[in-house]
Write a protein of this length. Sequence first.
Length: 472
Amino acid sequence: MALHQGASGDGGPERRRLSLNPFFGEADPVAGMTAAPPTHRLPDGPLPPSTAYQLVHDELMLDGNSRLNLATFVTTWMEPQAGVLMGECRDKNMIDKDEYPRTAELERRCVAMLADLWHAPDPASAVGCSTTGSSEACMLAGMALKRRWATRNADRYPASAKPNLVMGANVQVCWEKFCTFWEVEARQVPLEGDRFHLDPKAAAALCDENTIGVVAVLGSTFDGSYEPVADVCAALDALQEREGLDVPVHVDGASGAMVAPFLDEGLVWDFRLPRVSSINTSGHKYGLVYPGVGWALWRSPAELPDELVFRVNYLGGDMPTFALNFSRPGAQVVAQYYTFLRLGREGYRAVQQAARDVARGLARRIGELGDFRLLTQGDELPVFAFTTAPGVTRFDVFDVSRRLRERGWLVPAYTFPPNREDLSVLRVVCRNGFSEDLAELLLEDLRMLLPELREQTGPLDKDTAKATAFHH
């Protein structure tokens, strides 16, 4: 995408000068407009704060409305009190635990709360840390899996053994990044038929003596479905009995690890399964915190090799760290603790149940329109995917996505991975703040667009790579 040239790209400084409302001059209404600041190099001198603010504010109005972005899993609404706390903590450096010991203590409490929520054998001894998001947490979990495998195979690695990681083809792209960055072979189980995530037996069949672990996703971003973590563990238990291979499981619970504990208490997917070594989640998804905070937890200290924990003397104190990032604000961690304290188990249950109820109701009503076929119903993650119904040939999901964008809605359309590249879908993520009223407005806009779509002679663009409104 080419750089936006701004007003100075056409019409010169005079046009750029007129980018500012005259009322934003300090005292003289034209004082703030005498010098037009450049847009692609540092200005020669400073601007009044109100002038700088208004220039940036006006340009950002062209961004989409985050509350209408049904592509993102990321939290787009928090209480004002949380915003105040974040503002009070944005200048605190999380890494400086000596200077900000209470912020560090809130991080430790969050880890303990998650360990208890996910049924760690001994929550007091479970180890974990905050991260900038679930992607960093996945990187840390993958590093721990690889290092544990390398230690067990020190006589073969790196001379003759190449590590591999088994996962479904539906994993989030961060796992492919991990395998590329840390030189691990990605062994992916392809999708088949109406199975849109990992198959336990197929996963076990891909494992060998060089497998560092299996990734099971609790809440696929493609369709919102849970992968069968317990069945994956059972298949690996059987593999160990047959061949002696002890393969750990990491649960990528970026979204589902903050939904299932409250809405699906009978579902066994977490540290209750002895084969589950580590779990990650996004605090800024269904953890209900603004971006960016994530969490990585290990069953016990044994699952996190000590050589990955760095003890550094920094800013006056000795402290252990095993995150990839170093300096970052403490605001999001404080906001996570606030949300845990504010909601408790019953509050989280109410919020997540409301999101699921909205998702299921909206999915049902879209299915009743007759133009679409539902792949999922929103009854696991508050997320559902749907495609055009059999016999619908005048428009496709990319046409629907484009037309909804005209109304301000961002509803992603994309093609599934191998072996289901023939399937293109729309996906709706229902988050806290996407109310029943907003769902009804989306449905009204969809109903309004359908008569025009039905009159098309065919889909407007068959180049799905170009038409895709969402890149997984």
